[in-house]
Design a protein around this ligand. Structure first.
Ligand code: ATP
Ligand code: MG
Ligand code: MG
Ligand code: MG
Length: 482
């Protein structure tokens, strides 16, 4: 079986052979862009090239980019562990043309890589192209259609709408149609039922999107009109874990060697067995092996868990994972930090930053786990009382949810989960109002600007914000002013 490491290397080697310069992944944590907390696509680090603010060193580059999709425009958190192919942190393999090659080469090479290098079954591949949108005066992508026709039967080229097949950076700026590649991994008998027009990947977990090719060819002006870009660009992104799953012939990303190491270790530590089902226990295994990647790589890239902004998102992911092993694997001690060395070794060649800081990252994770495990016990006792008191109203008051959050470190979603297990609701608006008050208080308390170091109030972008009083140590993340 081809290992995931070999699959990644083949991607990079292939594009190198087509004249691309291989560049390192940008950090997963974005420090100089007020619109983005975490890298969520390979193109983020190249934004200035597309906007014409900076010139690339090479017009052809390729890489594997660490991405995180847990906030903002792309938030896949609720899917993770429940489905088998959305992760919090994942690698996006990509190749780019900055005003160099366009649709002809991009399409031919993606076909060549998938069918000749990886030898995927041509009969299981489908592609989509943009169908056009008359209301918005966007043309159908005939060029992409004609390029694909060279390689694949026409009934496997499907039309997609603006939502899935047109990419825009924002209200203005570079934009253009995109073309996705999907793989149908269903058993033969089921596959025969499909005709091209009914293929919708959202409907079947074995029919998955693996690669998106974006063709930037227009500039959207302030008045909404489209002007052709003087230099056209290609921006592609392929989900590495999904690609590995397809090549290794597995029915879940978690069955590939990207995840089996941490799953096996979790089995050993917890004494439970992973059984590939949809039970809470199985979901817990998947969530843990997913979340520890997001946590480890983010800390290694410089974002410590904290009470606000990006740091709180990491803390929330970490607590979500702790809740899963505590409640569903019945394991009551710190577990996650034990997985960090496994990831560090596994990714040493490709993301050495984790290996280089393995002790530090493990220690941070362990401290976080210990702190939350201390309050988790007490919080679970407290929520029992709250649940009893809420029997009549069937609703946990916002103020109680806030107390659980503020005093015991329960993210809102944890309170919500326990409430629903007890057939109760949570007054979310009341909770939000308490949060808002807390935010005002902390804003007033931390409005300090010390020369070229500032404490950024990026909490407006986080989902739940505030200061907890969990321990005497309060971490404040500082950023250099840009
Ligand atoms: P999906 O429709 O499956 O959510 P997407 O259209 O949001 O994917 P793109 O923004 O087109 O994804 O990103 C390019 C590629 O990255 C996708 O084709 C997919 O292979 C991969 N990808 C996207 N989101 C995730 C995720 N949460 N986990 C793993 N891989 C992902
Ligand atoms: Mg998505
Ligand atoms: Mg999609
Ligand atoms: Mg897509």
């Amino acid at each position: 079986m081809l290992t995931s490491a070999a699959i990644r290397q083949q991607f990079l080697d292939f594009f190198k052979s087509k004249g691309h310069v291989i560049v390192p992944s940008a950090p997963i944590v974005v420090k100089n862009d007020p619109t983005l907390m975490f890298t969520n696509a390979g193109m983020n680090q190249f934004k200035d090239y597309f906007l014409g603010n900076r010139n690339p060193e090479s017009t052809r580059v390729a890489d594997t980019q660490k991405c995180l999709r847990v906030s903002g425009k792309h938030n896949d958190l609720e899917e993770v562990g429940v489905d088998t192919y959305h992760h919090t942190m994942f690698e996006m393999l990509g190749n780019w043309s900055f005003g160099d090659y366009f649709k002809t080469e991009a399409i031919a090479w993606s076909w060549e890589l998938l069918t000749e290098v990886y030898k995927l079954d041509k009969d299981r591949l489908y592609v989509t192209i943009f169908e056009g949108d008359s209301k918005e005066n966007l043309p159908k992508d005939e060029e992409a259609y004609n390029e694909w026709k060279k390689w694949i039967a026409e009934d496997r080229i499907l039309l997609g709408n603006k939502k899935d097949n047109f990419w825009e950076m924002g209200d203005t700026g570079p934009c253009g149609p995109c073309s996705e590649i999907h793989v149908d991994c269903r058993p033969d008998a089921e596959r025969k039922l499909v005709d091209g027009s009914t293929l919708v990947n959202a409907d079947n977990p074995q029919v998955i999107e693996i690669w998106n090719n974006v063709f930037m060819q227009f500039n959207r002006m302030k008045d909404g009109s489209l002007v052709p870009l003087p230099a056209k660009h290609v921006d592609t992104g392929m989900g590495f874990e999904r690609l590995v799953r397809v090549i290794q012939g597995k029915s879940s990303n978690y069955d590939t060697d990207v995840f089996t190491g941490t799953i096996a270790a979790t089995e050993k530590i917890s004494g439970k067995k992973y059984d590939y089902s949809d039970t809470r226990e199985a979901v817990a295994f998947r969530v843990i092996s997913d979340h520890i990647r997001a946590i480890s790589f983010t800390i290694a890239d410089g974002q410590l868990p904290s009470n606000t902004g990006a740091g709180y998102i990491i803390r929330r992911i970490l607590r979500r994972a702790v809740r899963y092993y505590y409640s569903y694997l019945d394991y009551k001690q710190p577990l996650l930090h034990q997985l960090v060395p496994i990831l560090a070794a596994q990714f040493e060649q490709v993301f050495p930053e984790l290996h280089q800081q393995v002790d530090f990252v493990s220690k941070v994770v362990r401290e976080e786990e210990e702190a939350f495990l201390r309050t988790l016990e007490k919080g679970l006792k407290r929520i029992e009382d709250i649940v009893t008191g809420a029997a009549a109203s069937k609703t946990i008051a916002g103020k109680d949810a806030f107390e659980l959050y503020d005093t015991y470190g329960f993210p809102f979603d944890l309170t919500n989960l326990i409430a629903s297990e007890n057939k109760l609701q949570v007054d979310e608006a009341g909770f939000a109002a308490e949060m808002e008050q807390q935010k005002q208080r902390s804003r007033a308390a931390t409005a300090i600007d010390t020369e070229d170091w500032v404490v950024l109030h990026d909490d407006a972008k986080a989902e739940f914000i505030g200061y907890e009083h969990l321990s005497t140590k309060t971490r404040v993340t500082k950023y250099r002013k840009v």
